[in-house]
Design a protein around this ligand. Structure first.
Ligand code: GSH
Length: 251
């Protein structure tokens, strides 16, 4: 059964989801943290229901699943008490343990810890680029410079690892956890005055990596095109985010 392809709003009735044990994935179509989980669900081909949430006018019942009202949230409908997990990295780790095919986190405990630290180090990149990506007119003048400085860490790390993916010869957890922002960065070319693009010399390794990751099955099946990202960000800037334009394309 397919649930409605729309973002549920304040005042909307709780969707009628079949009690068949399938996972219930609460997300917002343009949320990069939700995209992380969408990638894993696709990579592991895990059956699930999609429930989309309007984050400006949240439905009242969403608090029952995500107390802070954030997405992504994943309800484990097939187990006792049907608990709901939040926080993308926690959800990702749970999914990898519960659905190990293909294994995405390293099995070596030290490498796993180092990869989780690296993923956490992406948060400064996210914070620095956020005002630019969201076309915020109050973006600090040095926002792009701060973004590039934070991104240098990943360029250096990829060169140090000396492999096509952060995970090695094949795509893995670090690659998937960073990807949603790399899908969104090209929208800056459309939405910024200076038509911003990543510097080809400074980020040579990351740009090569980006081309490789873009060919991945899960990346392709969850992709929204750059025009759509740019259009959504503009609508958000004007205070009226058009969440449902995502369904112009299939996600
Ligand atoms: N640390 C969280 C961040 C999730 C997050 O910030 N999600 C945004 C949407 S992209 C959200 O729900 N914002 C609503 C709010 O903060 O009230 C994670 O990794 O899942």
């Amino acid at each position: 059964m397919a649930l409605p392809q729309k973002h549920f709003k304040k005042g909307s009735a709780k969707p009628d989801i079949p009690e068949d044990g399938k996972l219930r994935f609460f997300s917002m179509a343009f949320c990069p943290f939700s995209h992380r989980i969408r990638l894993l669900l696709a990579a592991k081909k895990i059956p699930h229901y999609n429930i989309y949430i309007d984050l400006i006018e949240r439905p009242e019942w969403f608090k029952d699943y995500s107390p802070l009202g954030k997405v992504p949230a994943l309800q484990l409908a097939g187990i006792k008490d049907q608990p709901t997990l939040v926080e993308s990295l926690i959800i990702a780790e749970y999914l990898d343990e519960q659905y190990p095919e293909p294994r995405l986190f390293p099995t070596d405990p030290l490498q796993k810890a180092l990869d989780k630290i690296l993923i956490e180090r992406f948060i400064p990149v996210v914070s620095a680029v956020y005002p630019v990506l969201t076309c915020n007119s109050k973006a600090p003048p040095d926002a792009l410079q701060n973004f590039e400085n934070a991104l240098d860490v990943f360029e250096v790390e990829l060169a140090k690892r000396g492999t096509p993916f952060f995970a090695g010869q094949n795509i893995g957890i670090v690659d998937y956890m960073l990807w949603p922002w790399f899908e969104r960065f090209p929208s800056m070319k459309l939405n910024t005055e200076q038509k911003y693009e990543l510097d080809a010399n400074r980020f040579a390794n990351l740009l090569k990596w980006r081309e490789l990751v873009a060919q991945n099955y899960a990346v392709q099946t969850t992709a929204l095109d750059v025009q759509l990202h740019a259009e959504f960000q503009k609508s958000k800037t004007f205070g009226n985010p058009q969440y449902d334009i995502a369904f112009k394309a299939k996600i």
